[in-house]
Design a protein around this ligand. Structure first.
Ligand code: SF4
Length: 408
């Protein structure tokens, strides 16, 4: 276990893996960084989701994609005529690579969002490139809000095979390139907040383990928090991919974790790990923070210019849990230990003004599952009028892009 007395070393390098929206940052690692840094921990964060989009449709991968597509066209039999047709179409799209790339880059121009036809052209071009490059992939299919990988999660054998197969798994090369510029911290933290991130997130863990075998990895986020409790078979992933799971909300547990020389001995709360004897241990949960005790998210380190959006849009969360909480099928509240909490309108207004001062941002997305009417009646009274734009949809493309435009 790395010592807390090491000097000059980053304590925690938080990485956000694909797949998530490439249109705006996420909230998980900025929330953690904002809480941990004032406690004296050195934390850096990287968004390797948006970077993956640029890599995946980048000119450097064009020749590989074209070579694979030509191969598919020449070898696929009539039995696979549909995929052969898709490959022919993808090759035709890639003939227009320069033009399509230019249109995609316009997604970042403020003028584009003022003209719906230009915006549609740019979104269509982005989808065309994603579709063409995905057609060239043996396994994965990348969309603006999806990552398909048929069969990869059907068994551990299929998962391990895909993760270690650098021909089929483009995340391997991408993460290896990213890690060339990384210095080893005391710990890596990988944030997996959506099911679409599992395969890329575990690939990242594998590449981290190969590159920095002495640096323990902590997985945070809702997905593993839920699974580790329900599915004890997950123990198969410990050691090979990660060393700890930080369950539920991460602020206080990660503060205790980074402050300890031996989190197992010190019974750091909210952890799951494998004891030396092979037993899966889940340490007791701590009391969740009050919403007004949570600092304004810290988005520093993130490369805002990479997001495919005409204006920077930052996410905020005004509640943890759901004020309604009555839908029988819903397990959203579980990640918050079924403790619903609401931030005061004054604190939300302070977040907005602080982030505006720090980054010049005027566009915000409320990521809440369900917005409490009580809060949103009060907000206009405390936020200066006519200066900011708010949306309650966290996937930016859904604001502007009707489903039909996303279809190829
Ligand atoms: S989060 Fe949505 S689905 Fe879940 S209880 Fe609240 S309103 Fe219902």
């Amino acid at each position: 276990m790395p010592s807390i007395h090491d000097t000059g070393r980053t304590d925690l390098h938080l990485i956000f893996p694909p797949q998530w929206s490439p249109f705006q940052p996420f909230l998980s690692t900025p929330s953690l960084k904002a809480y941990l840094e004032p406690k004296g921990h050195r934390v850096i964060q990287s968004d390797w989701n948006v970077g993956f989009y640029h890599y995946f449709i980048g000119r450097e991968r064009l020749a590989l994609a074209q070579r694979r597509l030509k191969h598919y066209v020449s070898v696929l039999s009539d039995e696979h005529a549909a995929y052969r047709g898709r490959a022919v179409y993808a090759l035709a799209q890639l003939e227009r690579y320069s033009e399509l790339s230019r249109r995609v880059s316009k997604l970042k121009a403020s003028r584009t969002c003022l003209h719906i036809s230009e915006f549609k052209e740019s979104v269509d071009a982005f989808n065309a490139l994603l579709n063409a490059f995905s057609t060239a992939e043996p396994v994965i299919d990348v969309g603006t809000s999806s990552l398909a990988h048929p069969g990869v999660l059907s068994s551990f054998k299929a998962l391990h095979h895909f993760i270690d197969n650098s021909n089929d798994n483009p995340f391997v090369d991408y993460f290896e390139q990213k890690l060339k510029n990384v210095r080893p911290p005391r710990f890596f933290g990988v944030s997996i907040i959506g099911g679409e991130q599992v395969v890329a997130g575990l690939t990242l863990c594998r590449v981290l383990k190969r590159t920095f075998p002495d640096v323990p990895i902590v997985i945070g986020g809702s997905v593993l928090s839920r699974l580790v409790e329900k599915d004890k078979w997950l123990r198969e992933l410990f050691g090979t991919y990660f060393d700890f799971v930080c369950r539920y909300e991460g602020e206080q547990p990660m503060d205790a974790f980074l402050s300890s020389n031996d989190p197992k001995r010190d019974k750091t709360p909210n952890l799951a790990y494998i004891e030396d004897g092979g037993e899966l241990v889940m340490s007791p949960l701590c009391e969740p923070l009050g919403m007004d005790d949570i600092p304004t998210p810290d988005y520093s380190d993130l490369a805002f210019a990479e997001y495919l959006s005409p204006h920077l849009v930052l996410p905020l969360l005004t509640t943890r849990g759901c004020y309604w909480g009555k839908c029988a099928f819903c397990y959203h509240g579980m990640i918050y230990q079924d403790r619903y909490r609401m931030r005061s309108a004054e604190m939300v207004a302070r977040d907005v003004l602080r982030l505006h001062e720090q980054y010049g941002v005027r566009h915000f997305a409320f990521n809440d599952e369900a917005l409490p009417p009580r809060l949103f009646k009060r907000l206009p009274q405390v936020i200066p009028p006519n200066r900011f734009f708010f949306t309650a949809l966290y996937k930016f493309e859904k604001i502007f892009t009707p489903a039909v435009f996303r279809e190829m």
